[in-house]
Design a protein around this ligand. Structure first.
Ligand SMILES: [Fe+2]
Ligand SMILES: [Fe+2]
Length: 251
């Protein structure tokens, strides 16, 4: 596969601050802060929104990369990925405005490339499983929770904007399920490897039990069972994810 860009060379304006995920977590723990924003304050919500903003940027870049990386994939696959670039670019716009709405600015918090690195799988089936089902499944969890919190604190702008983006993410998960099936038709080994890759991503983003089942106002990241059902995850898959969160190692 040709690589026009190394994964750690994403183009950014100077106002963005890049840092290793591990370093960010260490610095926070050293300052007595939770390693992941707990959404208990407006400041914490702003930090989460900043994290989502850079995630949307990387999702846009990842889908763009999938347009380019798989010239032999069916034309409809490339079209779906191009459509996703367009969706993600709108999400970037939405989250830029939400960050302003919360009195934040780009670069106020560091950007890590954990999400982008997941978008660099070499096989198209593994990539849609990992990104569209793993990472965008995580987006469903995070957005659903943010909608709950926004409703609770009486912020209809945040509530409705995130709800609008969630509707798109649900279609992206569905798109991932469709292409996982089509690309691995008649090749159970390829399918197994792709699902395994997705499971490593699910495991990583369980964040040592930070993501779990429960009240969105009481746990740091709650599993959005209803949104996940809408996105086409089976009850068995949702159950497996819930069980996996109960035995994740500490982040
Ligand atoms: Fe998105
Ligand atoms: Fe998406």
């Amino acid at each position: 596969m040709e690589r026009p860009l190394a994964y750690d060379k994403l183009a950014r304006e100077d106002r963005f601050v890049r840092m290793r995920g591990r370093r960010v977590a260490e610095l926070k723990v050293a300052q007595g802060l939770p390693p992941f924003p707990d959404l208990a304050s407006r400041e914490s919500i702003k930090e989460r929104v900043h994290g989502i903003l850079v995630g949307e940027l990387q999702a846009m870049e990842g889908a763009g990369r999938s347009v380019y990386d798989f010239p032999d994939a069916p034309w409809e696959f490339t079209l779906d990925m191009a459509r996703q670039v367009w969706d993600e670019s709108r999400h970037v716009e939405v989250y830029l405005r939400l960050l302003e709405h919360l009195d934040g600015y780009v670069g106020e918090f560091p950007e890590t490339t954990i999400l982008w690195r997941c978008a660099c799988a070499e096989d198209a089936a593994a990539r849609v499983a990992g990104v569209n089902r793993g990472l965008e499944g995580l987006a469903c969890d995070v957005f659903n929770q943010l909608i709950h919190i926004a409703r609770k604190i009486g912020d209809p702008i945040l509530e409705h904007a995130v709800d609008y983006v969630l509707a798109d993410e649900i279609t992206h998960v569905r798109m991932g399920s469709k292409w996982l099936d089509r690309l691995t038709e008649g090749d159970p080994e390829r399918r197994r490897r792709a699902i395994e890759f997705q499971e490593t991503i699910d495991e990583r983003f369980n964040l040592g039990g930070i993501r779990r089942e429960g009240d969105p106002e009481a746990v740091p990241i709650s599993i959005a069972t209803e949104a996940r059902r809408l996105a086409g995850f089976t009850d068995e898959e949702i159950d497996r994810l819930i069980k996996a969160t109960q035995r994740s190692p500490v982040y």
